[in-house]
Design a protein around this ligand. Structure first.
Ligand SMILES: *[C@@H]1O[C@H](CO)[C@@H](O)[C@H](O)[C@H]1NC(C)=O
Ligand SMILES: *[C@@H]1O[C@H](CO)[C@@H](O)[C@H](O)[C@H]1NC(C)=O
Ligand SMILES: *[C@@H]1O[C@H](CO)[C@@H](O)[C@H](O)[C@H]1NC(C)=O
Ligand SMILES: *[C@@H]1O[C@H](CO)[C@@H](O)[C@H](O)[C@H]1NC(C)=O
Ligand SMILES: *[C@@H]1O[C@H](CO)[C@@H](O)[C@H](O)[C@H]1NC(C)=O
Ligand SMILES: *[C@@H]1O[C@H](CO)[C@@H](O)[C@H](O)[C@H]1NC(C)=O
Length: 665
């Protein structure tokens, strides 16, 4: 019996090989259909790549990107990323046997040929994404009864979806993100019962989510973010039991989600409802989504507490609820401490004026140990620095800005081996800059940081939506932001130990003393703000060696002497230095009391020769003009002054702007 089976199997496979062989011989010998060949040639596909398409031999079935059927008719035109330019010629529609068309990732322009779908009704796979195509999507798609995959995202298509798209019943994937499409999504979407993926994000679709989208029981991915959709979504979706990825962020949904029943969405992995007008409470039914890994409900108007059910979400790795009106931060943290693999907790802009959770019971909890990003700013939380943070041995980025935390900045932060960004701005911290920070490997040797794909399993999705965000996160690693506190101490000379620091903001911290020359040992520094303190003495000449510096301010101190000349400090405008009555030299006014003996000699020489010292005259004139033009109005006109400093603040903020997108979005 088994012997027989084997022979049968053998026979089968031989037969298969044989037919394959025959097919190969025949298809190789079958010259391509000459009309198809002509149509291909009249496409005039121009490759701007270094390797052009060598489309010249008689048998077009052997050309790059082409396959034919046994009759020599072209079935595949597969030329993604070939640097193709120009428009799509109407002769494409003569390739009527085409089943697979992929021209994605080229630079094609213009409209699609009108009869595209009516003629190419054998299409199964169509990918035109990542080009510069525009105009309306032509109708006729409803006649493409075999079309399974339709991708045309990242173009400039406009207008309504062709209405007969809802008749293309074989469609499994519709992906049209990042176009200018508009209008409502029709209720007829329910005809597309095979749909597994619907990506219409970054368009201008409006109206309600069709109620019977829930009939699409095979739907796995529904990505409709960044559109103008309104109303309620919850009732529509309840039967989409296979939904894995739901993204409705940045729309105008405005329902009350307190009683949102997501218990049928067992497979849900990513739930993104951020930036809508949702009200009510964080839905407790979320606990039935046992495989959920990322939740974003930031930028809504949720109130009440994080429900205890969240503690049951074993796979939750990313949670962002910032910019809501949630209450009871202590409860929130205690619940989240049960989510063992949570990596990112973005909770800021909630819990207004509550007290910092410092419950002693929290210290013993041995959970939360995967947390890499904690953001609790701005919340106006009062009290002391929470000690439980010392347990977060994987913490890389801590943001507790804009709270009312008192006491000193704890030195034990240095026991968090991976900590690379400390943002404690706008608090009431007092005392010294912790010398213990010299033990933080991220600042000292720089290698502790790894915002990489393996450690950020979940957030990578949120981040990869726009690669820049990921980079922005990298960009701001290795920064210490203490601006707007009450340190009232000196900058310790030990600061030179933080050799890999890239951002240091000690502005408005009531610092006294001089700027230690050791600051120049922070050779990676890109951003240094020491403004609005009580610093005195001269700016150390060695600061001119900070070659990466591109945001800098020592404004509004009591510094004096000449601004060190070099290629670095002179690239900043006067606002970086002003407010220091004793400071002079470019870009401020020239120093009148010239100390250098060389200059003295020069002046002596000039005076001796009784010539007009043109150099100094022009400098003084320049100063007067410059002063009247720029500084004068700033001194005289309060409005201008405010605007000017706001501009500088904006400049500083730009350093963080990209990161904020990730944090607060
Ligand atoms: C088209 O080709 C690109 C590049 O090879 C590929 O990534 C994409 O998946 C193809 N499209 C379809 C629908 O298979
Ligand atoms: C399609 O082919 C026919 C000949 O079969 C030809 O007359 C016509 O011009 C072609 N259309 C285009 C747009 O090239
Ligand atoms: C939620 O829906 C499920 C069915 O999907 C139902 O069994 C359950 O009772 C509902 N829960 C609530 C609180 O309505
Ligand atoms: C949301 O719904 C809940 C219960 O259904 C209700 O108690 C609450 O007041 C509603 N919230 C708002 C803002 O309408
Ligand atoms: C937070 O919740 C806990 C437990 O439910 C309660 O004891 C505490 O009073 C609440 N705190 C605030 C600020 O509402
Ligand atoms: C700032 O610190 C100084 C000295 O530690 C203290 O005298 C002062 O009251 C503090 N100011 C504020 C606003 O906390």
């Amino acid at each position: 019996m088994s012997y027989l089976t084997i022979t049968m199997q053998d026979l089968k496979s031989h037969y298969l090989l044989f037919t394959l062989f025959i097919f190969k011989v025949f298809s190789a010998n079958h010259a391509c259909n000459q009309l198809d060949r002509n149509s291909l040639l009249s496409l005039h596909l121009d490759s701007s790549n270094s390797t052009p398409l060598y489309w010249s031999s008689i048998n077009c079935c052997h050309w790059e990107g082409i396959s034919c059927d046994h009759k020599g008719r072209v079935t595949h035109l597969w030329l993604p990323s070939k640097g193709l330019k120009g428009g799509i010629s109407p002769s494409l529609v003569n390739l009527t046997r085409l089943s697979h068309l992929n021209l994605s990732h080229n630079s094609l322009i213009g409209f699609l040929p009108t009869g595209l779908f009516s003629f190419l009704n054998q299409l199964r796979v169509l990918d035109l994404s990542h080009n510069h195509l525009g105009g309306q999507l032509p109708s006729g798609i409803g006649g493409c009864s075999k079309l399974k995959i339709f991708w045309a995202g990242f173009n400039s298509f406009s207008g309504f979806l062709p209405h007969d798209i809802y008749n293309a019943a074989a469609l499994e994937e519709i992906s049209l993100p990042s176009n200018n499409l508009l209008g409502p999504i029709s209720n007829e979407i329910m005809n597309l019962t095979k749909l597994t993926s619907l990506k219409l994000y970054q368009n201008q679709f409006s109206g309600n989510l069709p109620l019977n989208i829930g009939k699409l029981s095979k739907l796995k991915q529904l990505m409709l973010h960044t559109n103008n959709l309104t109303g309620s979504f919850s009732r529509s979706l309840l039967n989409c039991t296979n939904l894995i990825h739901l993204n409705l962020r940045k729309n105008f949904f405005d329902e009350n989600i307190t009683d949102l029943n997501v218990s049928s969405l067992h497979q849900l992995t990513i739930l993104d409802l951020g930036s809508n007008n949702l009200v009510g409470k964080f839905p407790a039914s979320i606990h039935s989504c046992m495989s959920i890994r990322g939740i974003r409900i930031s930028r809504n108007q949720l109130e009440g507490e994080i429900p205890p059910e969240v503690a049951q979400l074993k796979y939750l790795s990313f949670l962002s609820v910032s910019l809501n009106k949630l209450t009871n931060v202590t409860t929130a943290i205690k619940i989240l401490m049960h989510c063992n693999i949570l990596e990112v907790a973005i909770l800021g802009n909630n819990f207004l004026k509550e007290s910092m959770p410092t419950d002693v019971s929290m210290i013993d909890i041995d959970r939360f140990k995967n947390l890499q990003i904690l953001d609790l700013s701005p919340c106006q939380l009062t009290g002391q620095f929470p000690i439980w943070i010392s347990k977060l041995k994987n913490l890389q980025l801590l943001r507790l800005g804009s709270n009312r935390i008192t006491g000193s900045i704890p030195g034990w932060l240095s026991t968090l081996p991976r900590l690379g960004t400390i943002d404690l701005r706008d608090n009431l911290f007092s005392g010294e800059f912790p010398k213990k920070f010299c033990e933080l490997q991220a600042f000292v040797s720089g290698h502790a940081l790894s915002y990489n794909s393996t450690s950020f399993i979940m957030p990578l999705y949120f981040v990869s939506e726009d690669n820049n965000r990921y980079n922005a996160l990298n960009y701001l690693s290795q920064a210490i932001i203490l601006q707007n506190n009450n340190l009232s101490s000196t900058i310790p000379t030990e600061i030179g130990c933080l050799k890999r620091l890239r951002g240091l903001n000690l502005g408005h911290t009531k610092l006294t003393g001089t700027i230690p020359t050791q600051v120049s040992e922070l050779t990676d520094l890109e951003y240094l703000d020491l403004s609005a303190n009580h610093l005195y003495g001269e700016i150390p000449v060695s600061l001119t060696s900070l070659h990466f510096l591109h945001l800098f301010s020592v404004a509004n101190n009591n510094l004096q002497g000449a601004i060190p000349v070099g290629t670095q400090l002179q690239t900043f405008d006067a606002s970086a230095f002003e407010g220091n009555p004793g400071l002079c030299g470019y870009p401020l006014s020239p120093c009148s009391h010239l100390t250098s003996s060389k200059r003295d000699e020069d002046i002596q020489e000039e005076e001796d020769r009784h010539t007009i010292p043109w150099f100094h005259v022009t400098m003084v004139l320049g100063f007067i003009v410059g002063f009247c033009g720029v500084c004068g109005p700033l001194v005289l006109n309060k409005k201008w002054r405010v605007a000017y400093f706001q501009f500088f603040d904006k400049l500083k903020d730009r350093f963080f702007a990209k990161l904020e997108v990730l944090w607060s979005d």
